[in-house]
Design a protein around this ligand. Structure first.
Ligand code: GLA
Length: 393
C-alpha cells in the first residue's frame, strides 16, 4: 500500500554504476549519504528563533566520488525530474573567488556548499548524486543534497568536524545559491538526526534534545499530495518579512521573545495580517514545546491534538496551506486510531504528516486514497540517523 523506496545500499549501487559508465570505468572511492526530514510540529518557527520538532527520514541523498589531482570538478546526477544537463563540469577558482549560481539549478546546491565549505581550498573531484527524497515534495530534498555534499567534501579534505557549523554552512548555501532565505531546521536535522528519535531543536541556542520515537505501536505516515503551487517561492520571504516586522513593532529581537500578551497589547499598532502571522508563530512555538513534553510522556492523544491545532493555524493565520493539504488532513482525521495530522514543511503543497496507531495503517491509507481528489503517495517512516560516510565494501 505504502510506497517502497530504494535502500541506501541500492542507491549507492546505482550511483556507482552511473559513475563507472561516465568516468571511464573507474570506481569511486568515497560514498556518503544525508537524509531528508519530516517536521512533526513547529512550522515557520525556525527563522523566528523558536522550537521545531523534526526527524530525519530513511529517504536519503547519496553522493559517491573520488578526488582528482587537479582543480576540475565533474558532477553527474542520476536523479529523475531534474533540469538538463545532468552533467556539469567546472574549475574550482584558485583564488577563493565565488562560484556563482547558474543553470542547471540542481548544481547550484553543490556550488553553494563548495563556496561555504569551512576548510578551503578543496581538491578537484568527480561525483555522482542519487536520491530517494522526492524532489520539491517538502521533505527537504535540497537540504539533504547540501548536507550529503558537505559530508562528501569532508571525506576529501576534513574540516574541524563541528556539526552545527556544518549545518549553518549548508543553510548559507541555500541562501546564496538557491535564493531561499530558509531557517536552520532542515540542514540541522539532516546533519544531526538520530535513529529512533525526533529532535527538539532550539533555533535560538542551536541546541537539540533527542526524544525517543520508536514505539512499535505507533506509525508516522507521510502523505505526498503530489502538488506544488507556484506561490512557494515568493510567499516564504514575505512571511519571513512579516514576522520581522511584527518583532520590530513589539521591540523584540525575534518573535521567540514575544508573548501573546505583548502581541495583544500591540495589536492596534500593526496591520491585521501582521498580527495573524505573529499569532501563529508565538502560539506554534508554545505548541511545539508542549508537543515535545507530550511525546516524552507517550501522550499521543495530546500530541495529535497539537498537530491538528498547528495545521489549522497554518491554514487560517499563516495562510500557507492549500486545498489539497486540507483535504488530506481532514481525511486522515476521520479514521479511528489516527492521533493527529498536519501539513509539514513550507506549505503550498508537498506533504502531510500523520501520527497513528500501527493497527490503523491500512484503513488510513485506504480512506485517504478514497477521499483525496488527487493522487497521493504514502511513506511509512521511522526516524533515522543524520548524514554519514558509507563503507564501499
Ligand atoms: C522550509 C524551510 C525551513 C522552515 C520550513 C517551515 O522547509 O526550509 O527552514 O522554515 O519551511 O517550517
Amino acid at each position: 500500500m505504502a510506497c517502497s523506496y530504494p535502500s541506501v545500499s541500492e542507491l549507492v549501487t546505482d550511483a556507482r554504476s552511473v559513475y563507472r559508465q561516465v568516468f571511464e570505468n573507474e570506481a569511486p572511492l568515497v560514498a556518503v549519504c544525508a537524509p531528508g526530514r519530516v517536521n512533526l510540529i513547529g512550522e515557520h518557527t525556525d527563522y523566528n528563533q523558536g522550537f521545531v520538532l523534526p526527524m530525519a527520514l530513511p529517504l536519503v541523498t547519496v553522493v559517491v566520488g573520488s578526488k582528482t589531482s587537479d582543480r576540475e570538478v565533474s558532477l553527474v546526477t542520476a536523479n529523475k525530474d531534474v533540469d538538463e544537463p545532468v552533467r556539469v563540469d567546472f574549475t574550482l577558482p584558485s583564488d577563493g573567488s565565488p562560484l556563482p549560481p547558474g543553470s542547471p539549478s540542481w548544481a547550484n546546491y553543490v556550488k553553494g556548499v563548495i563556496q561555504h565549505y569551512r576548510a578551503p581550498p578543496l581538491p578537484g573531484f568527480r561525483a555522482v548524486i542519487a536520491s530517494s527524497v522526492p524532489l520539491g515534495g517538502g521533505l527537504s530534498s535540497s537540504a539533504s543534497l547540501e548536507v550529503a555534499f558537505y559530508t562528501f567534501l569532508q571525506q576529501l579534505k576534513p574540516d574541524d568536524g563541528d556539526d552545527v557549523s556544518k549545518a549553518l554552512s549548508c543553510q548559507k548555501a541555500e541562501h546564496t545559491h538557491a535564493g531561499v532565505p530558509c531557517g536552520i531546521m532542515d540542514q540541522f536535522v539532516s546533519v544531526l538526526g538520530k535513529e529512533g528519535h525526533a529532535l527538539l531543536i532550539d533555533c535560538r541556542s542551536l541546541e537539540a534534545t533527542s526524544i525517543p520515537l520508536a514505539d512499535p505501536h505507533l506509525v508516522i505516515l507521510i502523505t505526498n499530495s503530489n502538488v506544488k503551487h507556484a506561490l512557494t517561492g515568493s510567499e516564504y520571504p514575505t512571511r519571513r518579512r512579516q514576522c520581522e516586522e511584527a518583532a520590530s513593532i513589539l521591540g523584540k529581537d525575534s518573535l521567540r521573545d514575544a508573548t501573546m500578551k505583548d502581541l495583544e497589547e500591540a495589536k492596534n499598532k500593526m496591520e491585521d495580517v501582521t498580527y495573524q502571522r505573529a499569532r501563529h508563530v508565538i502560539q506554534e512555538i508554545e505548541r511545539t514545546a508542549q508537543a515535545a513534553e507530550s511525546l516524552k510522556k507517550g501522550d499521543y492523544v495530546k500530541f495529535g491534538k497539537l498537530m491538528v491545532e498547528s495545521h489549522n493555524s497554518l491554514r487560517d493565520l499563516y495562510e500557507v496551506s492549500c486545498k489539497e493539504l486540507d483535504e488530506l488532513v481532514s481525511a486522515a482525521m476521520e479514521v479511528d486510531g489516527v492521533y493527529g495530522s498536519r501539513m509539514t514543511g513550507g506549505g503550498f503543497g508537498g506533504c502531510t504528516v500523520t501520527l497513528l496507531q500501527a493497527s490503523a495503517i491500512n484503513k488510513t491509507i485506504q480512506h485517504i486514497k478514497e477521499q483525496y481528489s488527487g493522487t497521493p503517495t504514502f511513506y511509512v517512516t521511522t526516524p533515522t540517523q543524520g548524514a554519514r560516510p558509507l563503507s564501499m565494501s
